[in-house]
Design a protein around this ligand. Structure first.
Ligand code: HEM
Ligand SMILES: [Cu+2]
Length: 565
């Protein structure tokens, strides 16, 4: 089928950018950022309420804000952005027109209507069921309907992505194998199909139940299927942000994967094993056998974690190799010192790699281990862990790539470049703080999703160590810092998109954002093919040491809370 879609050639990467694709990337990215702004504001309100000295919201508004926060940031911000990434990884990288653009627009509209409907339901106050919406808590029917419409829209968008891959293959717009970033996006999309199917299997009956058409929903069944959706969706995020890491490394310094095959193998591990790892959410459910829990939280989990560890080594490795090729060969860490730390795309990506690995990864394995999980199951350690994965990991990576999307896709200059330079550091340190202090407070027993950690009106009170209150205060302060970083992001990105100077070809030549050869590196299959990486080896050694030490500390701690002698 011939296409009448027009395209331009990007002066910096040399890639064909089709008009329809460009528009769809723009609209999905803009709406994503709007939901980040709304959801982030609710996050700040939640954190300020959990700061014992401030405690600003009354209980009903606290649970309302918590529900809105989870849905707006974890679902709407991230998934709208991911759809933009899918269109980029297919149509832009393979230089092919987008399949079924009408469906892609329809998908966007469905997602938008669904997201707005769910938000309205939450703000009306009858749907404060929090992110997991566990039955028998019941939300208003339009809460579930909003999520279902959103999911159907997302599924259609995923099929437009697959369709585009088929078109690219048929029209031979690329040679050989697809580039790694596209492969990573395929991984994300495959997991998305499974995830959205699980979501539909559980949310459709729950919707009918909210309309009183079904008498009851079994709560253990709900949890098992819900986590097929809830956990797997996090693997979409991981696959997508790993693909974004490779994209940024390629575009900013021309890095190629160390080995395409090994990195692809790591993506495959995600598809094969991560769904099973969702067992870590069900560790205290009666009615699920111990054998099943043990198998899934040990063997299956380790194989999945292996995937992230391979990427965690191969992304810094690719950066080191590229830097050494560029001539930064001094000592073990000369390549790291000479990296473009003033470029927010690069610094955001680098911070995301380190914090996702050290904090998110290590705490994830601790939470995923059946025995030590029980020290912090359902404590605020859990949000501590996942803010390290979805905020310092995914969100920071998506923020970082926005500093490339604005000049390359929106063709606008970044406004307030100094503010942009600082933004990843402020947001990163703030987000690190909320992760870290919530983990600390959780280890001391502070519950998650709890309005009043002092249990003010309870007959039997609970004596927290004073450090627990300190941690929650520090968490509140970090939340303020992260919010300042978040507002800076919104100001820079929204400002540049709507009021930035148009970037014409001359501006691209004068002030390029892509490293020479970056377009080549991101859009082609190819490996760096070296393992002379003393710096990366040293960093990986530090990682394993921290890992072992922290793992050991938790077993020691378990031994203390449960003395056997
Ligand atoms: C300014 C940035 C942010 C701050 C200050 C913040 C703070 C918080 C706090 C304090 C909680 C509640 C803990 C509890 O009482 O259980 C929470 C929950 C949560 N946050 Fe954030 N957060 C931020 C950004 C994000 C982002 C970007 C995401 C996702 C990408 C996210 C996802 C979640 C989710 C899913 C929950 C759990 C909701 C629930 O338990 O139902 N947060 N956040
Ligand atoms: Cu999980």
């Amino acid at each position: 089928m011939a296409s009448n879609d027009t395209y331009r050639i990007c002066p910096e990467t040399g890639l064909k950018v089709f008009k329809t694709t460009e528009n769809l990337i723009k609209i999905n990215a803009v709406v994503a950022v709007v939901f980040l702004a709304i959801g982030g504001l609710f996050g700040l309100l939640v954190a300020l309420t959990r700061w014992p000295a401030l405690h600003i919201l009354p209980p009903d508004l606290f649970y309302l804000a918590l529900t809105a926060h989870g849905a707006d940031v974890l679902v709407f911000w991230i998934i709208f952005f991911e759809i933009a990434i899918l269109y980029f990884a297919s149509s832009v990288l393979l230089q092919c027109r987008l399949a079924a653009p009408k469906f892609a627009w329809g998908a966007f509209l469905l997602m938008l209507v669904g997201a707005l409907m769910a938000n309205v339901a939450v703000l009306q106050g009858e749907s404060s069921v929090m992110f997991t919406s566990y039955v028998p808590m019941k939300a208003a029917p339009h809460f579930y309907l909003g999520l279902i419409l959103f999911a159907v829209g997302a599924l259609i968008a995923v099929f437009c992505f697959f369709g585009t891959l088929v078109v690219a293959k048929q029209e031979k717009t690329y040679e050989g194998s697809v580039p790694l970033v596209t492969f990573g996006a395929v991984t994300a999309a495959i997991i998305a199909v499974y995830t959205i199917a699980s979501g539909a299997v559980i949310l459709v009956p729950t919707f009918l139940w909210s309309l009183d058409l079904i008498p009851e929903i079994d709560s253990v069944m709900y949890k098992v299927i819900w986590w097929g959706f809830g956990h797997s969706s996090q693997q979409i995020n991981v696959s997508a942000h790993v693909a974004v890491w490779y994209t940024i490394a390629a575009l900013t310094i021309g890095a190629k994967p160390l080995s395409e095959k090994v990195s692809r193998g790591a993506f495959l591990l995600y598809i094969l094993f991560l769904q099973l790892a969702s067992a870590h959410h069900l560790l205290v459910e009666p009615g699920i056998s111990s054998e099943w829990k043990v198998f899934n939280t040990s063997y299956a989990l380790y194989l999945a974690v292996l995937g992230s560890m391979i990427h965690g080594m191969s992304v810094p490795g690719a950066i080191e190799a590229a830097q050494r090729r560029r001539g930064f060969t001094q000592g073990v860490f000369g390549w790291l010192r000479k990296a473009p730390w003033g470029n927010p795309a690069f610094s955001g990506m680098a911070l995301s790699v380190v914090m996702f690995g050290f904090i998110g990864g290590i705490s994830g394995v601790v939470l995923g281990t059946e025995q030590i999980n029980l020290i912090m199951h359902n404590t605020i350690y859990v949000p501590g862990h996942f803010h390290a994965t979805v905020v310092t990991g995914t969100t920071l990576a998506f923020m970082a790539v926005s500093y490339l999307v604005v000049p390359l896709i929106f063709q606008k200059e970044i406004m307030f470049p100094k503010m942009a330079q600082w933004q990843p550091y402020l947001f990163g340190i703030g987000a690190l703080g909320i992760s870290f202090f919530m983990m600390g407070a959780g280890t001391l027993g502070v519950a998650r999703r709890h309005w009043d950690m002092t249990f003010g009106d309870a007959t039997l009170s609970f004596d927290y160590p004073p450090a627990a209150f300190l941690m929650m205060g520090l968490n509140g302060m970090s939340a303020v810092l992260a919010s300042i970083g978040g507002i800076m992001f919104i100001v820079v990105i929204v400002g540049s998109v709507f009021f930035g100077k148009h970037r014409d070809e001359a501006a691209c030549k004068a002030n390029p954002v892509v490293y020479t050869g970056g377009g080549e590196a991101v859009a082609n299959y190819g490996s760096e093919g070296t393992l002379k990486l003393p710096g990366t080896v040293a960093l990986v050694a530090v990682f394993f040491l921290s890992f072992v030490l922290y793992y050991f500390v938790n077993w020691k701690y378990l031994a203390e809370v449960w003395p056997l002698s």
